[in-house]
Design a protein around this ligand. Structure first.
Ligand code: XMP
Length: 512
C-alpha cells in the first residue's frame, strides 16, 4: 500500500513492456509502480505491494548477462504474475525447465486452454494471443499446473494457486492479444485480491492532499507553457491551495493561434487563477534578428525565456515553490526515486537550476493518459487536454532560417488551418503531431494573372507512440487538397504547399 492505494510492483525486464503493463494495471484502477530488476526483495517489500508482475523483456534466460530476480522475492508471500520472460524466469528460478528449441513464436498464435485456470476463465479454446519468444518453458516447476499450450510452447500458461504464482508466455498487455486485459484483471482481483481504488477522483484527492501538506500556507509559482502537463499541474495545485498559486505565462510570439487567448480564458476567467501574462514577443523577435542557425535559435529562445521568467518571479516576493508537470515516465527515466532536478528539455526551455525554489510535482505518479483524464475531470477544456505535443521553443523550430514577426504570422495562420482541417477530418486523435513548417526558400507561381514569388508551406503529420520513432501519416488526398487550397487562398505570402513524407529516423519530427 502506497499513498493509501493497493499497489502492484512491476519488475522491469524490458522498458517498453513494463510501462505498458503498469498502465494496464492502472486502467484496472489499481496503482502500479515500476522497479528495476536489480531491486532486492527487501526493497520490493518496502513498497508493501499487494501483487508483483514480472515483465517481458528482450533477453534469453540463457544469456550470460540475463537479468535475474532476487530469489527471496518468491518467499515474500506476495502473489506474482510472470509475463513472457517473467514467466520463464519464474519457472526457472522455482525449479522448472526452460529450453532453447530453436523455433520461436512471434506474432499472433493460437492458445489452447487445457485446464481450469484462474486467469484464463471464460476464454474459449483456441484463443488468439500475441507471442514473442525464442526460449520455451518445457517443464513447469513443482506445485504448478499447466493450463494452456501453443504449437511451439508446451507450457504457455501455468499457475500455482497455493502460492498465488501465475505465468503466461504470451503478452496479455498488448492489444493484439484478444481480451488480454481480462487476464490482468483476473490476476489482480481474483488471485491477488487487489482493491480497485485508483480512480480519477481518488487520484485527484490524493494529489490535492499531498500538495496541501507540502505547501502549507506558502506560495507557489507555476510556468504555464500551453502544454497539457503544466496546465493540469496548475489546475491541481490551484484545487489544493487556491489563491496561494500564481501562474506565469510568457507569450514569446512563437505560440500557436488562439493559444494565449485560451490560457487567459481558462485560467483567469474560468478558474480565477492569479495569472501573469507576459507579452514578450518583441523581445524574442529582437533577440532572434539575423539568427539562422537552429541550435543558436533554440538557445536564444530558451535563455530569454528564463530571463523573462526570472524577472517576473523576482517581483513576486515570498514564493517558496515552483510547480512543474513532471510525469511518471520522466521519473522512471531519471533512474532515481527523487528526480528533483529541473530537466533541460522541459516544456518551457529549461528553468535555471539555481533558482531558489522547492519543486511541487503533482503529476509525478502519473502517465500521460491519466494526466489527460484528470485534466478533463478538473474541468480543463478538451482542446487543451488533448492538445498535441508542442516543443518548448514553439514555432521557432518550425521556421527555417530567420525568425521574424512576419514569418511567424504566416506560419501561425497556415498552422491554424492544418489544425482545423485535421480535426474536421476526425484524424486529430489518431495522429501524434500535425503542423505546418515554413522553409527559408521562395518559389515562383502564378495567381490570377500575376506572377508570384512567395514561400511554400510544408505540412508535417506523423503517427507515433512515443516520438522516439515516427511514421509519416498517410493523410487522405482530399484532406491534402483542402489544406493546399485553403492555405494558398487564405494565407498571404504563400503560393505553394508540400507534404513531408519522411519518417523518423532518418528525419526528426520537427524541422529544427
Ligand atoms: P524530434 O524533432 O526530435 O522531436 O523528432 C521529438 C518530440 O519532441 C518534441 N520536441 C520538444 N519538446 N522541448 C520540448 O518540450 C523541445 O525543445 C523540443 N524539441 C522537440 C517534438 O515536438 C516531438 O514531439
Amino acid at each position: 500500500m502506497i499513498h493509501g492505494f493497493d499497489t502492484v510492483v512491476v519488475v522491469d525486464f524490458g522498458a517498453q513492456y513494463a510501462q505498458l503493463i503498469a498502465r494496464r494495471v492502472r486502467e484496472a484502477e489499481v496503482y502500479s509502480v515500476i522497479v528495476a530488476h536489480s531491486a532486492t526483495a527487501a526493497e520490493i517489500a518496502e513498497l508493501q505491494p499487494t501483487a508483483i508482475i514480472l515483465s517481458g523483456g528482450p533477453s534469453s534466460v540463457y544469456a550470460d548477462v540475463a537479468p535475474r530476480l532476487d530469489p527471496a522475492v518468491y518467499e515474500l508471500g506476495i502473489p506474482i504474475l510472470g509475463i513472457c520472460y517473467g514467466a520463464q524466469l519464474l519457472s526457472l528460478q522455482l525449479g522448472g525447465e526452460v529450453v532453447r528449441t530453436g523455433v520461436g513464436e512471434y506474432g499472433r498464435t493460437e492458445l489452447s486452454v487445457q485446464a481450469t485456470s484462474a486467469v484464463l476463465a471464460g476464454w474459449e479454446s483456441p484463443h488468439d494471443v500475441w507471442m514473442s519468444h525464442g526460449d520455451s518453458i518445457a517443464t513447469a516447476p513443482p506445485g504448478f499446473t499447466v493450463t494452456a499450450s501453443t504449437p511451439q510452447a508446451p507450457v504457455a500458461a501455468l499457475e500455482d494457486l497455493q502460492r498465488k504464482f501465475v505465468g503466461v508466455q504470451f503478452h496479455p498487455e498488448v492489444a493484439h492479444t484478444i481480451d488480454g486485459q481480462s487476464v490482468i484483471r483476473r490476476f489482480l482481483f481474483e488471485v491477488a485480491e487487489c482493491l480497485p481504488s485508483w480512480t480519477h477522483r481518488s487520484v485527484i484527492d490524493a494529489a490535492t492532499t499531498a500538495v496541501k501538506e507540502q505547501v502549507g500556507d506558502r506560495r507557489v509559482l507555476c510556468a504555464l507553457s500551453g502544454g497539457v502537463d503544466s496546465a493540469v499541474a496548475a489546475a491541481l495545485v490551484h484545487r489544493a491551495i487556491g489563491s496561494q498559486l500564481t501562474c506565469v505565462y510568457v507569450d514569446t510570439g512563437l505560440m500557436r493561434e488562439g493559444e494565449s487567448e485560451q490560457i487567459e480564458e481558462t485560467f483567469r476567467a474560468q478558474f480565477a487563477i492569479d495569472l501573469i501574462h507576459v507579452k514578450a514577443a518583441d523581445r524574442f523577435f529582437s533577440a532572434l534578428a539575423g539568427v539562422t542557425d537552429p541550435e543558436s535559435k533554440r538557445k536564444i529562445i530558451g535563455e530569454l525565456f528564463i530571463r523573462v521568467f526570472e524577472e517576473v518571479a523576482s517581483e513576486i516576493t515570498d514564493v517558496d515553490f515552483l510547480a512543474q508537470g513532471t510525469l511518471y515516465p520522466d521519473v522512471i527515466e531519471s533512474g532515481t526515486a527523487s528526480a528533483a532536478t529541473i530537466k533541460s528539455h522541459h516544456n518551457v526551455g529549461g528553468l535555471p537550476e539555481d533558482m531558489q525554489f522547492s519543486l511541487v510535482e503533482p503529476l509525478r505518479l502519473l502517465f500521460k493518459d491519466e494526466v489527460r483524464q484528470i485534466g478533463v475531470e478538473l474541468g480543463l477544456p478538451e482542446a487543451m487536454v488533448w492538445r498535441q505535443p508542442f516543443p518548448g521553443p514553439g514555432l521557432g523550430v518550425r521556421i527555417v532560417g530567420e525568425v521574424t514577426q512576419e514569418r511567424a504570422d504566416i506560419l501561425r495562420a497556415a498552422d491554424a488551418i492544418v489544425l482545423e482541417e485535421v480535426k474536421r477530418a476526425g484524424l486529430d486523435r489518431e495522429l501524434w503531431q500535425y503542423f505546418a513548417v515554413l522553409p527559408a526558400v521562395r518559389s515562383v507561381g502564378v495567381m490570377g494573372d500575376e506572377r508570384t514569388y512567395a514561400y511554400p508551406i510544408i505540412i508535417r503529420a506523423v503517427t507515433s507512440d512515443d516520438a522516439m520513432t515516427a511514421d509519416w501519416a498517410r493523410l487522405p488526398y482530399e484532406l491534402l487538397e483542402t489544406l493546399s487550397s485553403r492555405i494558398i487562398n487564405e494565407v498571404d505570402g504563400v503560393n505553394r504547399v508540400a507534404y513531408d513524407i519522411t519518417s523518423k529516423p532518418p528525419g526528426t519530427i520537427e524541422w529544427e
